[in-house]
Design a protein around this ligand. Sequence first.
Ligand SMILES: Cc1cc2nc3c(=O)[nH]c(=O)nc-3n(C[C@H](O)[C@H](O)[C@H](O)COP(=O)(O)OP(=O)(O)OC[C@H]3O[C@@H](n4cnc5c(N)ncnc54)[C@H](O)[C@@H]3O)c2cc1C
Length: 249
Amino acid sequence: MTMTPSKYLVAIFGGAVSGSEAANQLAMRGIPSVVFDQNALPYGKIEDGLPKWHVKLRDKEEQRINEKLSHPLVTFVPMTKLGEDITFEQLKGMGFSAILLAIGAWKDRPLGLKDVDNYIGKGLIYQNPFIYWFNHKHEPGFDKEAYKIVDGIGIIGGGLASLDVAKVIMFDLVEKALKERGHQVDLFALDRSIARVLDDKGLTLEELGIEGCTLFYRRRIKDMPLYPGNPTTPEEIAKAEAVREKNPQ
Ligand SMILES: Cc1cc2nc3c(=O)[nH]c(=O)nc-3n(C[C@H](O)[C@H](O)[C@H](O)COP(=O)(O)OP(=O)(O)OC[C@H]3O[C@@H](n4cnc5c(N)ncnc54)[C@H](O)[C@@H]3O)c2cc1C
């Protein structure tokens, strides 16, 4: 079977979930694309924003990205940052019929309080750089001292990202306190259940002297987006609210 060459060629910037899916949708319609990413690997938030204990989810999503970018109609070009390695002007002269930006949402929503951003780096931290640091701090050459996790941190927001931040903080505090008492514990055991890890060692947070972190949320616990899925019937909504009330942390 011979294929008619497409009259289109699309440039996509960002090769992660959105960029790879866009390339896949085009390829399914016989349209070739060139996917550029600023990094060597195209995984974006899956690698840098999803806390590293989500191993299964990360592997699954990375596999899906790999498959989509492996399509014969998709050319992946790593290490090419729009605005640095290639300018928009250069791009315009390269014969692309369309340019799609799939560069992610890396800017945290500002807190919106007057002058509050003067405190960035002086105790105020936004989530994106914090999780990026958490995921990469063990790598050689990375500044592992960039953030210092202390007891008694306040977290603003009640969404999934806030819960991940709370988990990072609690895992770190518990791991350090147990280490001081000669216990080694891994991140995956803590992710399964901090309470169970402590129970096994006959300890409590109070005995470890850990106050923990406080999550400030503008709505009710019932409104937290913790429940997986999209409840629609009254029974499902009631069940979702019960799950949220039971697992506010
Ligand atoms: C803490 C946290 C938990 C999450 N948990 C889940 C979850 O449990 N389940 C779920 O489904 N989703 C989850 N998400 C959301 C999910 O990870 C993101 O929605 C998704 O990965 C975003 O994909 P994206 O392709 O839009 O953007 P990104 O992943 O940000 O990809 C953008 C890509 O563009 C590249 N890029 C940026 N600028 C340029 C440039 N100038 N030139 C070239 N390339 C560029 C980047 O290198 C990157 O590869 C979570 C996110 C976070 C932060």
